[in-house]
Write a protein that binds this ligand. Structure first.
Ligand code: CP3
Length: 346
């Protein structure tokens, strides 16, 4: 089906567009009253993730309410560990928790992986088909996965952590075992993303949310090669890599065969351009806290961001929008980007 508003896809293909496209990480979620009301009628987060009609409904809500240039499938990065044999629970106000974690060679040996594991996630592929039907070509649909390191970090740690020191410890204490686990996770991510593309997603984003807890050396050894495999395996749709806080690896990330690089708000656009060049598509990077400010401040900060990136830019936040962000602030951000025209600054 032809996409009517294809400004995100044109930008990702390297075309020069009239303005940056705009979407927000975590746009499908608690910032929207419509989401909170669907969520309140359910037993929990997982019911929403595993029910394709509901996942599709909340995926489309921000397109209707905010007018963003893309939908991102409502799901979670933790569906992959689950398909590999580690169930997760989503605990209210606390976050994810894994009753079973990986610690030993035997634990890693026991993981399911690759296409057989990815093929179990039929509810995700059904949610994509439902969403595509509901969108009827209005905007593209972004599919996503966690990066191999970020998924390994949750699988070893058993939940969130400030330092992910158990997972980092594995990289030093048994690098061969860590590589074995990362290889299995990567194979599963690739099969999963290929299934998503087949089900209809128009672009992919890979979230390396915990990149920032690693050193440059560890990132080079345990992350970059696996991200490269993912980029090389996904050939039919554009790929965005978002490695949060990975300024120390930005040059290597810029050399990956990805269509775009995501940036968090600690990275300066001019610095990123000096490394990645004027033609690299960069995505980001307004501090999500900007959206708590008054409309004038949000507009000024958004204009400043757009001007410092120049063209080949996708407007977004530097990380997911916080759940208690005022909806008016989010709308001011989206509308400011949509009203911008590059010629006006030339
Ligand atoms: O709008 C979108 O961006 C699509 C939906 C989406 C969710 N999770 C829904 C969700 C996406 C892209 C994710 C990815 C995800 N999940 C990441 C990578 C992005 C990032 O934030 O760095 C990570 C690290 C996770 C793991 C995860 N899921 C955590 C740590 C939590 C708890 C924290 C929280 O926000 O509550 C979740 C839960 C989660 N995933 C919620 C949503 C909307 C909140 C749960 C709820 O509504 O009850």
């Amino acid at each position: 089906m032809k996409i009517q508003n294809d400004i995100l896809l044109r930008t990702l293909r390297g075309e020069l567009c009239e303005r940056p496209p705009v979407w927000l990480m975590r746009q499908a979620g608690r910032i929207l009253p419509q989401y909170r009301s669907v969520r309140a009628s359910l037993s929990g987060f997982k019911e929403l993730v595993t029910t394709p009609t509901l996942a599709a409904e909340v995926t489309i809500q921000p397109v209707d309410e905010l007018g963003v240039d893309a939908a991102i499938l409502f799901s979670d990065i933790l569906v992959i560990p689950e398909a590999m044999g580690l169930d997760y629970e989503m605990i209210e106000k606390k976050g994810p928790s894994f009753p079973k974690v990986i610690q030993t060679a035997a634990d890693i040996e026991a993981l399911s992986f690759g296409k057989p594991a990815a093929d179990q996630l039929t509810y995700v592929y059904d949610a994509i088909a439902e969403t595509k039907k509901g969108l009827s070509g209005r905007v593209p649909l972004i599919g996503f996965a966690g990066a191999p390191w970020t998924l390994l970090a949750y699988m070893v740690e058993g939940g969130g952590s400030k330092t992910f020191s158990k997972a980092r410890r594995l990289l030093y204490a048994d690098p061969a075992l860590a590589h074995k686990a990362l290889d299995k996770i990567t194979t599963t991510i690739i099969a999963y993303l290929q299934n998503k593309v087949e089900a209809g997603v128009d672009a992919i984003q890979v979230f390396d949310s915990w990149a920032g807890v690693l050193s440059a050396d560890l990132y080079r050894e345990f992350c970059i090669p696996y991200l490269k495999r993912i980029c090389e395996a996904i050939t039919d749709v554009p790929v965005i890599i978002f490695a949060k806080d990975a300024w120390f690896a930005f040059d290597e990330l810029a050399r990956l065969p990805a269509n775009a690089l995501g940036m968090d708000w600690t990275m300066e656009p001019s610095w990123a351009r000096s490394i990645a060049g004027p033609d690299k598509v960069l995505q980001g990077n307004l501090d999500p806290c900007t959206l708590y400010a008054d409309a004038k401040t949000i507009e000024a900060e958004t204009w400043k961001m757009i001007r410092s990136f120049g063209q080949h830019h996708i407007a977004n936040l530097g990380h997911g929008v916080y759940p208690d962000t005022p909806l008016d602030g989010v709308k001011t951000f989206v509308n400011t980007v949509k009203a911008f025209r590059y010629q006006e600054v030339a």
